[in-house]
Ligand binder design. Sequence first.
Ligand code: AMP
Length: 408
Amino acid sequence: MSELFGDLKLDPSIIEGIESLGFEKMTPVQAGTIPPALDGKNIIACAQTGTGKTAAYLLPLFQHILETKRTGHSCLIIVPTRELAVQIDQQVVGLGYFTGISSFPIYGGSDSENFSAQKKALDNKSEIIIATPGRLIMLMKLGRANFDSINHFVLDEADKMLEMGFIDDITFIEKQLPRKKQTMMFSATMPPKIRELAKRILNEPVEVNIAVSKLAGGISEDFYLVGDGGKIKLLEYLLTKKEDVESMIIFTGRKDSADQITRNLRKRGIKATTLHSGKEQVEREKTLQEFKNKKIRILVATNVVSRGIDIEGISHVLNYDVPQDPEDYIHRAGRTARAERKGKAITFVNIEEQKNIVKLERLNKKKTEFKDLPKELREYGIQWQQRKPKNFNRNRNKNFRRRPKRNR
Ligand code: AMP
C-alpha cells in the first residue's frame, strides 16, 4: 500500500492544500481509506482521533466534488459535538484552500443569530454541510434542508453519537437522504450497536481497521495514588514545582467539579479556565480558541473535549479522576502528543477509582506503576486496595473441585 499522496489521483489543487499543511505521507487510516473512497466505495473505519481520519474522508470528498463540478450540497457530515463540527469546518478551509470548495457547520446553541445564519447556509450552495444531529433535524423539520443532491454521507465519531443517544436521529437523517450515495462511517470503537447500524446503512463496505484503543507512542504516563483531600495540593505541586507545562487540559467527569478545580487553582494564584457543556456556546468557542492560541495555558474540562478536538502543543493531560470507561482514558490522554509529538498523561487515582484502573489494565494489558507522592504530600497517599473480583474465590474453588487431583 503506497503511503504517498502523489500516488493518488488527486486534483492538483488538493495536492497543493496537502503540501501547504506540510503533510508528507499518508497516515495508516488515510492509506487504507482514501483509495477505496476515491473509487466510491462505502467505508467503515475504526480509527481514533489523532490518526488523520478527518483528512481520510475530506480528501476523497474534495476529489468527488471537483470531478462532478456540481454546485449545491453534495456532502453531509454528521458529528456528535459543536466543537468537532467547527474543527472539521476549519480543516476544510485549510486542506481545501486551493480547491474553492466551501463548507458550513450547523450545530445547536442558544444563539439566535447563529440559527438564522444556519438557516441561510442551507439556502446557499456550500458543497459540504457539517452538522450535529439535533440541530439538523430541527432545520429539516422546518423544511429548511433539502438534501436531494447529497451523494456522500459521513458519520464521524459514530460511537460517541451512540453514547450520546443520537442513534435514532441518525437513522432519521439517513432516511431523508437519496438512497444512492456513498456512506463512510468512522468510529473509535466498534461496539455491537455500531456494527448493527453499519449493517443497516452501509452496503458492502470496505473495512479499514487500524490499531484501536492504544495510546500514541509519544505519550508517557504517570499515575498517583492520592486521596481526594490531596488532589488539589498535588496538582499545585506538579504545576509549580515538578512539571514543565506548556499547556495542560485537566479532565474531570463532572461540571461542578471542573468549576471547583478552576476556583481552587485561582485561589492558589494559578490561572485556569473552565470548559464544559454548561457554558454558553459563544463562551465555549472563545475559550477553545484562546487555548489553541496559547492565551490560556490551563484548561479544566469535562469530556466535551476529550474526543475529536485537535489542538497542537498540549504538553500535559491530567486526569483529576479516572474515567469509568477505559476508552475515555485513551481519548483524554490522546489530546496530548498529537501528530507524533511527545506528551504526558498524569492520572490521580483515589480508592473508588482503583476499579477503573483495573479495567484500563485489562484493555492495555499492562500493569500500572504508581509514582511516589512528594515528601510534603505523603500524608495524602493511599494504598492500592483494589478488591479481588467478586467471584474470585468461588470460581477458584469450583476450578479446584473440577480439576482431577493429580493436576492440583
Ligand atoms: P485527526 O485524526 O483528523 O483529528 O487529525 C489529527 C492531526 O493530524 C491533525 O492536526 C491533522 O492536521 C494532522 N494530519 C492529518 N493527516 C496528516 C498527515 N498525513 N501527515 C501529518 N499530519 C497529518
